[in-house]
Design a protein around this ligand. Structure first.
Ligand code: HEC
Length: 113
């Protein structure tokens, strides 16, 4: 699969929306049975602070349990390489909390588009 073939939006709807919700609010069908619920990506506050991107990267790669979060969050490291996981983080940030003000984090001032 080359980068150009990857439809991340389709993957989101296929693999993530069931829990994280079509609009990223953590309100997918499967989330109803979960405690704690998935993160709310559409709340700009979720994305503020140092290490948020790294944290999201680790959770996507190794799953929730490895990060001390809910084990309901699967690990995706077998499906996506590191470059793609980085793209996931940018995608989630950009798609669900566009136009947010980034208030801290040295590496967060890069343009995400
Ligand atoms: C079976 C349900 C489920 C699926 C499918 C799922 N997630 Fe999650 N996800 C969760 C839960 C539950 C949490 C963590 C909640 C907690 O403990 O804070 C989580 C956490 C996360 C976090 C970290 C949020 C934080 O608090 O740092 C990211 C990023 C994330 N998921 C991305 C994805 C992506 C991308 C996909 C699809 C490729 C996906 N998830 C698929 C349930 C799911």
């Amino acid at each position: 699969m080359s980068a150009g073939d990857w439809n991340i939006e389709a993957d989101y709807q296929a693999f993530c929306a069931n829990c994280h919700g079509a609009s990223g609010a953590g309100d997918g069908q499967a989330a109803l049975a979960m405690g704690p619920p998935p993160a709310n990506f559409s709340d700009p506050r979720f994305w503020i602070g140092e290490g948020v991107d790294q944290g999201a990267f680790d959770v996507i790669k190794r799953g929730g349990a490895a990060a001390g979060l809910s084990a309901a969050m699967p690990a995706w490291g077998d499906r996506y390489d590191d470059a793609r996981i980085n793209i996931w983080v940018r995608y989630l940030r950009q798609r669900f909390a566009p136009g947010q003000t980034i208030t801290s984090g040295e590496n967060n001032d890069e343009a995400v588009n």
